[in-house]
Design a protein around this ligand. Structure first.
Ligand code: ADP
Ligand code: ZN
Ligand code: ZN
Length: 726
């Protein structure tokens, strides 16, 4: 019998036609089955969907095109996966098929059933598990066939030695007393916010929670904000769970490895999945726990395509799948903090560092009071008190970490004679001077040129760097420390870690190892070095120039800076024995700023309270809900006209009594208005309730394509729901 099925495909939406299309099939195909279907002249991958809007024009069955092939060797994606994808597509205003296909491993989208079957057989062999279709045979397999490492860190079931578990601190024990029953199914699943200061042992809590979930026969998903943090976390989990199968999912894997890991999770062979934001869409049939480490981190929000928040989707998914959600941070996002205040999330607190180590003493250096450099000279990067503190660490064989959130040598080159600056011809931004390869590089569009020998405008040979990035800081610090001896002899060693020094695979690991091994005395770096690393010998951390973050238009800037500084502070004094000597220096021209007082007292709760009060008065999230309509065009006027037309359209949709529920702001240029030759403009949409905003967006976004015709030259537009920066 021939039947009609609905398939989600990644097709550009046509007016009146969704991206869930009807096909005919000779077999009944379960929802979630992967299929290949004809679309125009191509054959494209799709997912059989059950929940879909009724298709336009009830085409007779014989008019439908047949499914090309069903990938029946793969068990259908579970209903909970389909529900998550449908929710995310609806909430973030993307088409269902686009999102469904985008969150599958790219390699999977290329395979037919025969190709997939090959991969599955290979995987089963690697994992030493029974084939899905062939279970009895597997039991007769010889042992030697089994167990071949999968990816970087597969753990095969053997008879492992029992891992060492530390005795819990009283705070950990208390937290776990609440948490564990919700991971095993003894108590109802819940969403917990673990507020634990850096070094309070949050990872141990994650490990114990995962252990409980695994022991109850369930799977655990652990999300981290950055790929860089996966290796060390993987190592800790692998050590703790030698008998369990663990896979990682992030964009740094080869496509083949990523598919294999995804399959291991989907088939239920992997007990633990560790990954970055994209892992939130990994199908997990026995999901019992989702951990979101550093839940405040902006990297959980995807910044192009479907702009989803993996943190927020984790909360949705937990509810949907009956899994416990554990959001952990030393500086929770104000959204999560507010949810904990209102009782929507359960707050768990760990205020003490393990081993009684204190958080470092914070010293705010008033740069206005430092000695003035001679005329024509720059202010040196390290003030006298900070320099003295670094020298003292070197003398006692301890390490210092100098943090500056700007890479490259200098943010701009300039000509003193005519005022020329190294602007990017395609963007409204300066090109950064990178000294090592003597290039000017645009960090927005990538446009790179050799540094000119002379000023392009006036021919002056003396063009100068203005300002300072990590590359220059490293050089200047090395100069300032020349002749400073280490206790064992030899001069102080300065190293740098940032996106430029770690471009090649494996270099970050090498550089981190050098720091851990004590081969570095002073480490210079961007935010990359402040995240998560457990440096045992660092007793001094300094924020060299955090001020730029104080004066941006973004209402989240103070929250972000506070989180970054607290996290940086957390790198110092992790060794209990050195904790009391550990210090954090902050160099600022604005020592009176409230953020530094909050940092000095390391009191997140009162900082959060004052920020929330300000947000409430200003009607900002979490007390309102935002969306941005962004667009790009060669001409600014086209972009602005499109946004105004979109606004008029939206206002027409708001009938009484809902008129006042949603507010529209004027179109404005974002922080960097022109990128790669396109003018960017954005319009903020604000509503007091999430439901009102969602109601409007659902009506509005399908109508936007109809505006395109009236705005020739419009390149693209997108809606960003819950934008991070405005
Ligand atoms: P956080 O993630 O909260 O910053 P970590 O989980 O990195 O803190 O823990 C800090 C240090 O304390 C780590 O070296 C960890 O191994 C150690 N640690 C954690 N819990 C315990 C415990 N119960 N007993 C002894 N050491 C612990
Ligand atoms: Zn010049
Ligand atoms: Zn550019």
């Amino acid at each position: 019998m021939v039947s009609r099925i609905q398939v989600a495909v990644d097709a550009p939406q046509h007016a009146g036609m969704g991206d869930v299309l009807d096909y005919e099939s000779e077999h009944v195909l379960a929802p979630g089955t992967l299929v290949l279907v004809p679309l125009g002249r191509r054959v494209v991958p799709g997912v059989v969907w059950d929940e879909s809007p009724a298709s336009e024009g009830d085409a007779a069955l014989h008019e439908l095109r047949p499914v090309h092939e069903a990938l029946q060797s793969l068990p259908p994606l579970p209903a909970s996966w389909c529900a998550l994808v449908a929710f995310a597509a609806r909430y973030y205003q993307r088409s269902l098929g686009e999102l469904a296909l985008a969150v599958l491993p790219p390699e999977l989208r290329k395979l037919d059933d025969a190709g997939l079957l090959k991969r599955l057989r290979k995987l089963e062999k690697q994992l030493g598990v029974a084939p899905v279709d062939d279970a009895p045979k597997a039991k007769r397999r010889r042992k030697s066939e089994a167990a071949e490492p999968l990816g970087e860190r597969a753990v095969t079931p053997a008879a492992p030695p029992a891992p060492q578990r530390p005795a819990l601190t009283p705070e950990q024990a208390q937290v776990l007393g609440v948490l564990l029953p919700t991971c095993t199914g003894q108590a109802a699943p819940a969403c917990h916010l673990l507020h634990g200061v850096t070094g309070s042992g949050k990872t141990e809590v994650y490990l114990r929670a995962a252990e409980a979930a695994l022991d109850a026969g369930r799977q655990a998903l652990v999300l981290v904000p950055e790929i860089n943090l996966t290796p060390q976390l993987e190592a800790r989990f692998a050590q703790r769970f030698p008998g369990r199968r663990m896979v990682s999912l992030h964009s740094g894997l080869t496509p083949v490895q990523r598919l294999a890991n995804w399959l291991a999770a989907h088939l239920g062979h992997a007990d633990l999945v560790l990954g970055t934001r994209l892992a939130i869409f990994c199908p997990l049939p026995r999901l019992g726990l989702i951990v979101v480490d550093e839940e405040h981190d902006p990297s959980y929000k995807q910044q192009d395509g479907a702009r989803y928040s993996a943190r927020d989707l984790a909360v949705y998914r937990g509810k949907q799948d009956g899994a416990t959600v554990l959001l952990g941070s030393a500086t929770p996002s104000l959204e999560s903090w507010q949810h904990a205040q209102t009782g929507r999330y359960q707050r768990l607190t760990m205020a003490e560092r393990v081993g009684q180590g204190a958080l470092p003493m914070v010293r705010v250096i008033d740069m206005r009071e430092q000695p003035k450099p001679p005329a024509g000279h720059e202010v040196p990067p390290l003030s006298p008190p900070l320099l003295a503190a670094v020298q003292q660490r070197i003398a006692s064989g301890e390490q210092s970490l100098l943090f500056l959130n700007r890479r490259g040598f200098a943010p701009v080159l300039t000509c003193g004679a005519c005022g020329w600056k190294s602007g990017c011809p395609h963007c409204s931004a300066w090109r950064v001077f990178h000294k090592l390869d003597r290039t000017l590089r645009c960090h927005h569009c990538g446009y790179t040129e050799r540094v000119p020998k002379a000023c392009p405008d006036c021919g002056n040979l003396d063009i100068q760097p203005l300002g300072r990035g990590t590359e220059r800081l490293e050089e200047q610090v090395a100069t300032m420390l020349q002749g400073v001896e280490r206790p064992g002899g030899g001069s102080a060693r300065v190293a740098r870690i940032d996106a430029d020094t770690t471009r090649l695979k494996g270099t970050l690991e090498q550089q981190l190892a050098a720091v851990h091994d004590g081969d570095v005395d002073v480490l210079v770096g961007t935010q990359m070095v402040t995240k998560g690393h457990d440096f045992r010998r660092v007793t001094l951390v300094a924020a060299v120039n955090p001020d730029s973050a104080l004066f941006t238009a973004d209402f989240r800037a103070p929250e972000r800076l506070f989180a970054t500084l607290m996290q940086a502070a957390g790198r110092a004094g992790r060794d209990a024995e050195a904790a009391e000597r550990s210090e954090m220096y902050v160099q600022t021209w604005n020592p009176g700023h409230a953020i530094f007082a909050a940092l000095s007292s390391q009191d997140f709760a009162s900082f959060a309270q004052s920020q929330l009060r300000e947000r409430e008065m200003a009607g900002l999230p979490p007390f309102s809900h935002l969306a941005l309509l962004r667009c790009e065009a060669r001409e600014a006027s086209v972009a602005e006209a499109f946004l105004r037309a979109a606004r008029d359209l939206a206002r027409g949709l708001l009938s009484e009594p809902h008129e006042a529920e949603v507010m529209f702001y004027a179109p404005v240029p974002p922080h960097v208005a022109k990128v790669a030759g396109f003018e960017r403009r954005q319009m903020l949409v604000e509503a007091a309730s999430r439901a009102a905003l969602q109601r409007l967006l659902a009506q509005w976004s399908p109508l936007l394509p109809s505006l395109r015709g009236g705005h020739k030259g419009l390149a693209r537009w997108a809606i960003d729901v819950d934008p991070l920066g405005i």
